[in-house]
Design a protein around this ligand. Structure first.
Ligand code: ATP
Ligand code: MG
Length: 710
């Protein structure tokens, strides 16, 4: 075992703990053996864990090469390596120079498997399956299951969840039923594809295909089943450290158990309140049960938050103090250590455009006052929300980067949608309020179904396409004479105007992608009920674990801010839209139900006169109501027989023209005709959705039909 000269090591040991608080020191100086640091965001967990490694090395307890530090994402592993490297400056030689292995679970397993495979398996080789997609698609095909691209992605996600949770294909249906998991297809079908997928990975020529989960499974099995392998491995690594331990899956825990064997030299740090990846199989159970498993463990709780101002910390405390259910017992009260800063602001806006415009304006102000753009982030619940912020920041001339997802117009479904629109531009002659429903129908084959679909990927696609239709509604509200071609040109222009990603720009990211990161200024946007908590979590019940996970997402978001924090939501999606939303339920009793200091800014552009309902004279906002010229809820005086005749005529006409029926007229336009019974061309052309071209093409036919009924 290496040892240092007592004098040198004592000054080095002092240096390694001089800028730590008492509790952090306790964790760093704890003797070899199990240590658990349970602490909230920004309390220095990552700092403590890297110091402990350096300390154990400097004290001569372990050689740098015998330490294995693991975490879950490459970014987090990079963060650990960076902090270890910086300790070399304190004289902790060999800690940061690469001798300490700091990597993801997967990278560690892959390296070990490469080394041990020939011994445990023999001559046959293995190949890493980078993406499950192809094999899952084949397995679905062989099982005679019709699966769209999105279905295949969701199936792959389910297989990943099952493998991470150590659930076999046979056990899958019972397991999903037990946890009432939201799944994209029938459980028996998923199980069938899962079984087929596993069988297909063993290739006939002897090469085995291994996916990322198999790397972990095989590593654990090699150590569990072969005493010589276990011995060699355990001679090599003696000390284990895990950061963000609340994210561990049962499969990763099994690997950690195999690594440890009967030993107990393991330090774990985590925060159960930051568990936001349960849907991938991660569970804080191991973190919370650590001291039961190792009764002699040193358990340290950190409460001082070094990242954020007391104002931000106080808000984080209030939000998480309302947590209920499984994780609520692990509540930690953070104490802000930084100098006081500005009070977090809460902003309520009439619509998302107004919200984004105000956020962009505040960002510009911060930059003008000296905050670097790279120190500012806008965080939202789902990636489709980025669009309106990309637009607002572009308009404000602020450079940005979209993290953990591409920009809105780079998304596959949006690119496909623009192609579909381009194709339709020549034959679809829709104007103004007619456009949104026509576009909605056009996008249906791309995944914009009437009901929000099941399945993660399908839902993402659906949300992005729905956001595109909202964008169209917004454009139409601003320019009622917009037609298909000018709309397409407008969308293209928007897409082209987006800046190419810049590293030093403002960060746009989902809350999930923001975990572990920190910025001087954070904008938490779109905090409307139904977005956070997201509607499909609410569908599981207001008290469900899914809703609690959404609350933790808000906590993660708040605790990313060092100094400036702004929370906001919009009462409607689009300008002029029905203001039916409320702020997130997590802000009840937390946010003054009021607007931000300088008040929500005006909508971006002026709009024309508000269309009104011909029945109740109320303002109309949705495209369907504008087209009907009445609220969708106001009584209809439709001539049913005429409507049936109009539909029949439309069907024949569309057949003749070889176009879909809605290209002739949408249902809503027909209803408007059957309600208002236009007597002449002037009356007909005043119906939204009927322009000069349609009047010329279909006017005589329609007027003849109406005349027959008058
Ligand atoms: P998260 O839960 O978000 O991962 P964490 O607990 O890992 O947070 P760190 O990232 O280690 O927290 O620390 C947060 C910030 O506080 C870092 O900038 C870190 O350098 C600083 N910090 C931690 N401990 C101290 C301390 N004792 N004195 C001064 N600064 C500290
Ligand atoms: Mg950390």
């Amino acid at each position: 075992m290496p040892s240092q000269a007592p004098e040198a090591s004592s000054t080095l040991l002092d240096r390694l703990i001089e800028d730590l608080d008492d509790e952090q020191r306790e964790a760093v100086q704890a003797p070899r053996g199990p240590v658990c640091v349970l602490a909230g965001a920004g309390t220095g967990k990552t700092r403590t864990i890297t110091r402990r490694i350096a300390y154990l090395v400097a004290a001569g307890h372990v050689a740098p090469g015998q330490v294995l530090a693991v975490t879950f994402t490459s970014r987090a592993a990079g963060e650990m390596r960076g902090r270890l490297r910086s300790l070399d400056e304190k004289g902790a030689d060999g800690v940061g120079t690469g001798a300490v292995q700091a990597m993801t679970f997967h990278a560690a397993a892959r390296r070990q498997l490469q080394y041990f495979w020939p011994r445990v398996v023999g001559d046959t080789g293995w190949e890493l399956l980078d993406s499950k997609f192809g094999v899952v698609a084949q397995a679905a095909n062989r099982a005679s299951i019709q699966a769209s691209t999105d279905d295949v992605r969701d199936l792959a996600g389910e297989i990943e969840w099952a493998k991470s949770s150590l659930i076999s294909p046979e056990a899958y249906p019972a397991a999903v039923a037990e946890v009432s998991r939201d799944i994209p297809l029938d459980a028996a079908k998923v199980a069938k594809v899962y079984a087929g997928y596993e069988a297909m990975k063993a290739r006939r020529d002897g090469t085995t295909l291994l996916d990322f989960d198999d790397l972990l499974l095989h590593t654990a099995a090699a150590i569990e089943n072969d005493a010589a392998v276990a011995q060699e491995f355990r001679d090599r690594y003696r000390c284990f450290v895990v950061d963000e331990y609340q994210d561990v899956t049962p499969l990763q825990q099994r690997v950690l158990n195999a690594w440890l064997g009967e030993r107990d030299d393991v330090t774990v740090v985590g925060d159960a309140n930051q568990t936001i990846y349960s849907f991938t199989g991660a569970t804080p159970g191991y973190l919370l049960d650590f001291s039961r498993r190792f009764p002699e463990a040193a358990v340290v709780r950190l409460e001082r938050d070094y990242r954020s101002t007391p104002q931000v910390v106080s808000l984080a405390n209030r939000v998480i103090s309302m947590a209920r259910g499984r994780m609520a017992g692990s509540k930690l009260h953070l104490i802000g250590q930084r100098d006081p800063g500005p009070t977090p602001t809460f902003g309520e806006y009439p619509d998302e455009v107004a919200e984004a415009t105000a956020v962009a304006k505040s960002i510009k102000k911060l930059i003008r006052e000296g905050t670097a753009p790279a120190e500012i982030a806008v965080l939202y619940r789902i990636n489709a929300q980025s669009e309106v912020y990309e637009e607002a920041l572009t308009a404000a001339g602020v450079a940005f980067q979209v993290r953990g997802g591409e920009g809105f117009f780079s998304r596959q479904e949006i690119r496909q949608a623009l192609v579909a629109l381009q194709r339709a531009a020549d034959r679809v002659d829709a104007v103004g309020a007619d456009l949104p429903p026509v576009i909605r129908e056009l996008l249906e084959p791309l995944g914009l179904t009437a009901e929000e679909p099941q399945g993660v990927r399908a839902r993402e696609r659906w949300e992005a396409l729905a956001a595109l239709v909202e964008l169209v509604e917004e454009e139409v509200a601003l320019r009622p004479s917009l037609d298909t071609r000018s709309l397409l040109a407008e969308l293209r222009q928007r897409a082209d105007a987006r800046h190419p990603p810049v590293v030093q720009g403002v960060t746009l990211a989902s809350l999930h992608a923001a975990k572990g990161l920190e910025w001087d200024a954070v904008f938490l946007v779109g905090l409307a009920d139904g977005t956070l908590p997201i509607s499909h979590a609410l569908a599981r019940g207001a008290d469900s674990e899914q809703v609690e996970e959404e609350r933790r997402l808000l906590y993660v978001g708040i605790t990313r801010a060092r100094v400036h924090l702004a929370l906001s939501w919009a009462l409607a999606r689009t300008p002029g839209g029905r203001q039916g939303r409320r702020p997130s339920r997590f802000l009840n009793g937390v946010a003054p139900q009021a607007t931000s200091d300088d008040g929500p800014s005006k909508p971006r552009r002026q709009r024309g006169a508000t269309p009104r309902c011909r029945v109740c004279n109320g303002a109309l906002s949705t495209s369907a109501s504008i087209m009907l010229r009445r609220c969708e809820t106001c009584p209809s005086d439709v001539d049913e027989e005429l409507l049936a005749q109009l539909k029949e005529w439309r069907l024949e006409t569309s057949k003749e023209m070889k176009v879909p029926a809605y290209v002739v007229f949408t249902d809503n336009t027909l209803i408007a005709i059957a309600e208002t019974l236009p007597a002449d061309e002037a009356a007909l052309v005043s119906i939204p959705g009927i322009g000069a071209r349609k009047l010329e093409q279909f006017g005589p036919d329609v007027l003849a039909l109406v005349k027959g009924r008058r």
